[in-house]
Design a protein around this ligand. Sequence first.
Ligand SMILES: Cc1cc2nc3c(=O)[nH]c(=O)nc-3n(C[C@H](O)[C@H](O)[C@H](O)COP(=O)(O)O)c2cc1C
Length: 387
Amino acid sequence: MTQTAALPLLFTPMSLRSVSLPNRIVVPPMAQYTADDGVANDFHQVHYGKFALGGAGTVFVEATGVTREGRITNGCLGLWNDTQQRAFEPITRLIRSRGAVPAIQIGHGGRKSSMQRPWFGNGPLNDQDFARGEQSWQPLAPSAVALADGWLVPKAMDEHDMTRTRQAFVDAALRALAAGFEIVEIHMAHGYLLHSFLSPLSNFRTDAYGGSLAARMRYPLEVASAVRAALPAGTPLFVRISSEDGFEGGWTMDDSVVLARELLACGVDVIDCSSGGNTPRGATNANLQRAPGYQVPFARRIRAEARILSEAVGLIRDGLHAEQILQDGGADLIAIGRQFLFDPFWALHAAHQLGIDPDFKLWPHQYAWWLEKWDKGIKAREASERA
Ligand SMILES: Cc1cc2nc3c(=O)[nH]c(=O)nc-3n(C[C@H](O)[C@H](O)[C@H](O)COP(=O)(O)O)c2cc1C
């Protein structure tokens, strides 16, 4: 990691393996549920391109299924065939053309696969969804235990399923590189397949992949090792974890520290610290209090105790707050999710707020020429009104 002096940390570039991040601002994966058979379209291009235009350093494309049955919804992106791979190319080109780093999260939905798009209910598919043309499929999971009543009962993965899915992660990571992505993140959070192996709330296996913490970590670590081994040495690998389940008897922050150490040993570079998403039967949500920066303590502990780079995410909305987290050693990278949906120019506004871009030099030059004069005019008028 290298640092440039005299800039706020938020705008200090950072090197990760052979990739240079222009700043510490990350757009985290945010599923748009708008793909056709896993293929990205014009919406995705504008959606992701605008964050790069708005100054984000790293733009993550949403959770992308490594297999057809690994999609969460019918509208999720996929990366198991050539058509899907090619459709990502204009997106990565666009992100890179703005000086940002194109990144992608690859994942498998596990027992939460084959569910409704959020705006149709966010639950199991029903007759109204089928009337809309949605299709259902058999989810895979460590154990044949549904997420909750009314949800599909997944098939407990056998050795063949596990080998095939591990290879699908590797293949998707290589397709991601071929499509122009420079960073790959493995989705190990939010109750999806790899998290469901980790957590005692969803893993009831009695073979080598269930029981003790080491056994529950075995498959996720195998996947991470296989992806790392396939990627070139210069490509950074991130893993998103749910730092804790937030339920009695579930995955804990202490477990996450152990996992992060193991992931570091596998060659993972950054732990992206989220939480929740896996529930005991009957419960629908994690018992987490959601206040500004509520997940920063997870990123801070992972960084301090596992000695690996960490990314903080969750209700970070203000540039000063983001800078403070970095200054305090809470994290190495700051992910801004919904606030970027609200304000796609969040990063450029934060640069303004932190006083490093009074002349709009970081803005697209097509805007900067106008905005500089516009701003001076506003300030001059305000000054003359005060006088
Ligand atoms: C529309 C939307 C889609 C999301 N999709 C994903 C996803 O694909 N993968 C993932 O790991 N997290 C996903 N998340 C979680 C976000 O990455 C982020 O962790 C969460 O929104 C909290 O950060 P925020 O408060 O800055 O929005 C999603 C969140 C939103 C709002």
